[in-house]
Design a protein around this ligand. Structure first.
Ligand SMILES: [Zn+2]
Length: 159
């Protein structure tokens, strides 16, 4: 995570090792949009101002999460529980993703190749039913995917 002061441009970097990413899906229809939101620049302003140690005062700053080093096996979870949701907090929606995931736009060192092959694992107690080879979430048919598509949910590295 990087926080940049908008007055003196000094940056504060913090590195948190991670094994998995938890992505908000309330306003994202696809994995790539969820990643774009996750890595979007956020302004710290108003009551949320940042104390810059260089300026010695509270300033407007820009905060951004990027991935410094992508792990060999990247696990991504979708946050399906939302305190602001209207269906008892559980988010039922379709999230699109491809068979491969290129993490290049989301890492801070884009020279590193980080193409992942997608594999899907569905945590059983989140799946409402499996009928005729189709895994279904909730009552919405659009949330169904075939078992073959659902089988793999771990994301393996290709390179
Ligand atoms: Zn500053």
């Amino acid at each position: 995570m990087q926080v940049k002061c908008t007055i003196c441009s000094s940056c504060s970097n913090t590195y948190d090792p991670f094994l998995d990413l938890s992505l908000e899906i309330v306003r994202a229809e696809s994995l790539s949009k969820a990643l774009v939101r996750f890595t979007a620049v956020e302004a710290l302003e108003g009551d949320n101002k940042y104390h810059c140690s260089n300026c010695q005062k509270k300033v407007r700053a820009l905060k951004q999460f990027t991935i410094d080093k992508s792990p060999n096996i990247l696990t991504i979870q979708f946050k399906r529980f939302s305190s602001t949701g209207n269906s008892g907090g559980k988010i039922d929606k379709k999230i699109e993703f491809g068979r491969t995931l290129d993490m290049k736009p989301y890492v801070s060192n884009p020279q590193v190749s980080c193409l992942y092959m997608m594999a899907v694992r569905i945590i059983e107690d989140l799946v409402d039913e499996v009928i005729d080879g189709t895994v279904r979430f909730g009552d919405d048919e659009r949330l169904s995917i075939s078992v073959q598509e659902a089988m793999p949910f771990l994301i393996h590295t290709l390179f």
